[in-house]
Ligand binder design. Structure first.
Ligand code: ADP
Ligand code: NA
Length: 330
């Protein structure tokens, strides 16, 4: 294929994807299938950087793959696989670990946040070196473009730095990738605290929209989202972060522009916006849940899609690893 390459991954840890994962990342995966030679994976190696239950991890890995397919990934148009099925990820990660500075890795803000939460003594070396595994994930596929949310920008920057460092030291080997971050949806905020990002670790249950939750419960969460003082429905992230977040979700799921929505709700209260948005979200999650269940109910199809994906992925990853090993002197 002479199309540019895209690569991204999503963790299986939480079970259900949340609205931030979908709008910030997965929606872009689906779009890039049409223009890129796209590789997407469920990053189960990343999932064991925190304690995991083996049966739960296995089930959640399949669940994540089912959700990616339900969201619109098409195995005819992209390569979908599970990270641990491609051993080259761990192999390249070791090489990249050996050209990463300890201080450089220590500056990764996600590590600082997550290890602070767990206590430095309980945080693992795996959690520390997680961004370097992510570097290997991207470089193995010679990716040009990495669709992610804003929280991953620093890791893509690290990937660029390490690719350039390796290329300078050992000769041209890796494509230097760029993040593909869609500004409008790069950070979807918590429904109860619109100053923090919606996230499975930091959000309270009421602030987090899991796509696989009961639609009725989801509708209720949207209707009780925190809105701002005043009553006017205008997009203003500084003065009205809650309303702006709701408008972003509404606009992205329906295709209506923010200006059209502001006009539609002129003179109406926050209640009207939230009631309508609850319907919009329910109309999205209902078929999404049904499609996810269809893939889970057909394990043979799911397994064969993932096996085919791993085979295609290994062809590319194997070539990059062989060249890298040769360059370093193996
Ligand atoms: P989480 O951030 O909840 O731990 P992941 O790390 O698996 O989930 O993230 C998967 C993808 O979803 C990443 O590309 C990440 O940038 C994106 N993402 C996560 N949360 C949000 C959010 N609130 N808004 C936009 N994108 C997000
Ligand atoms: Na994240």
């Amino acid at each position: 294929s002479d199309r540019p390459r895209a690569l991204s991954g999503i963790q299986p840890t939480a079970g259900s994807f949340h609205l931030g994962n979908y709008l910030g990342a997965v929606r872009q995966y689906v779009a890039l299938q049409e223009t890129h030679d796209a590789f997407y994976m469920v990053v189960d190696l990343h999932a064991i950087t925190v304690p995991q239950d083996p049966a739960e991890l296995r089930a959640n890995t399949r669940l994540a793959a089912a959700q990616l397919l339900a969201a619109g990934l098409d195995p005819q148009r992209c390569t979908l696989f599970v990270q641990s099925h491609v051993p080259e990820h761990a192999q390249l990660a070791w090489v990249m670990n050996c050209i990463t500075g300890f201080g450089e890795a220590s500056r990764m803000t996600q590590f600082k946040d997550k290890s602070a939460k767990q206590g430095t003594d309980r945080a693992t070396v795996g959690l520390f070196t997680y961004p370097v595994l992510q570097v290997a994930d991207i470089l193995l596929y010679q990716a040009d473009s990495v669709p992610v949310g804003e929280d991953q920008r620093q890791h893509v920057e690290l990937t660029r730095d390490l690719a350039e460092r390796f290329n300078t030291r050992f000769g041209p080997t890796f494509t230097v990738p760029a993040p593909h971050i869609v500004k409008e949806v790069a950070k979807i905020y918590d429904l109860q605290d619109p100053t923090i990002k919606m996230s499975k670790s930091a959000s309270t249950p009421k602030g987090l929209i899991n796509l696989l939750d009961e639609p009725k419960a989801t509708a209720k969460k949207i209707r009780s989202a925190v809105t701002d003082t005043g009553s006017e429905i205008v997009f203003d992230t500084a003065a009205k972060p809650g309303v702006s977040n709701l408008l972003t979700v509404y606009s992205t799921l329906t295709g209506a522009t923010i200006a059209e929505l502001e006009q539609k709700y002129e003179g109406k209260g926050y209640g009207a916006l939230k009631t309508d948005l609850a319907d919009v979200v329910v109309d999205f999650v209902t078929p999404f849940r049904a499609r996810t269940q269809e893939y889970l109910d057909d394990p043979e199809t799911l397994d064969s899609i993932l096996a085919g994906g791993a085979e295609k992925a290994r062809t590319v990853a194997g070539e990059t690893l062989a060249q890298t090993y040769d360059r370093v002197g193996f």
